[in-house]
Design a protein around this ligand. Structure first.
Ligand SMILES: [Zn+2]
Ligand SMILES: [Zn+2]
Length: 262
């Protein structure tokens, strides 16, 4: 029965996420006015959110759920770029690398997948072919090996600091939630937190797919993230629209649904 409930929640969440992405363009923002989204292809978009920082959003058809968007970050400093999460596929990853080279004159040197799912590291093999170095939590590497996925190259246990040019990003593991290996990435100079799939957008009405996660640990993990990044200027979720640290509070509330059968 629990399995059935999780499936139902997963399905409704993904649908909400997809609807949210469609509606996002019409909603007025409480944060700063948004820059225009740049279309790289039918399924790849980038939107600037700070100097040298873009959210990349790529779409993929999941057999059970339909067309779903997923977010990551592009950080460019000089001739070097850093990616937090990769697109779903090798092809999308190639197109994103090409856009960064063409429009920014920068090469992606470093990629940091925030957990093992396809919306974070589906394009890892292509990133390696293009000579980017990948960093991942030791647990992510272990799961990738077990599941015969492309394996990230450099492990870390709790936290790692990576650079794109002179710009620093910190990836930190605060505990299990969406998955047992999910980390968040922090850009200290810009005050941007990439929460990944651990953090839900404000229009998400459930925690979504937690079959690889830990519902008991989820709120504890979120509270640690909340304390660490209460002053973040922008919080970017794995799917849907970004905003303030309110997204963390919203996700916490989703851990304690009042009534799953209203
Ligand atoms: Zn995931
Ligand atoms: Zn996800």
């Amino acid at each position: 029965m629990a399995g059935h409930l999780l499936n139902r929640q997963g399905k409704s969440c993904v649908l909400v996420v997809c609807m949210g992405a469609i509606l996002a363009g019409c909603q007025s923002s409480q944060v700063a006015p948004r820059a225009e989204s740049i279309r790289i292809s039918n399924d790849i978009f980038v939107q600037p959110i700070a100097e040298g920082v873009w959210v990349h959003t790529t779409y993929y058809n999941l057999p059970e759920y339909g067309r779903c968007p997923a977010n990551g970050l592009v950080v460019v400093d000089g001739q070097e770029a850093l990616l937090i999460d990769l697109p779903w596929t090798d092809e999308q990853t190639a197109a994103l690398f090409d856009w960064i080279a063409r429009s920014q004159g920068a090469a992606v040197k470093t990629v940091v997948p925030t957990h093992f799912h396809q919306d974070c590291m589906g394009g890892l093999a292509e990133a390696h072919r293009r000579k980017a170095t990948s960093y991942a939590l030791d647990k992510t590497i272990e799961i990738a090996r077990q599941q015969h996925l492309p394996v990230p190259q450099i492990p870390y246990h709790y936290r790692t600091m990576v650079r794109g040019g002179g710009t620093v990003a910190l990836a930190t593991y605060y505990g299990a939630g969406h998955t047992t290996d999910n980390v968040v990435a922090w850009l200290p100079k810009q005050g941007i937190l990439f929460g990944g799939c651990l953090i839900k957008s404000l229009d998400a009405q459930s925690l979504g797919n937690t079959k690889d996660g830990d519902l008991a640990a989820y709120p504890t993990t979120l509270r640690k993230v909340q304390v660490a990044y209460r002053h973040a200027k922008i919080v970017v979720p794995g799917h849907g629209d970004w905003g303030s640290p309110e997204l963390i509070e919203h996700t916490l509330k989703l851990c304690f649904p009042k009534d799953s059968n209203p």
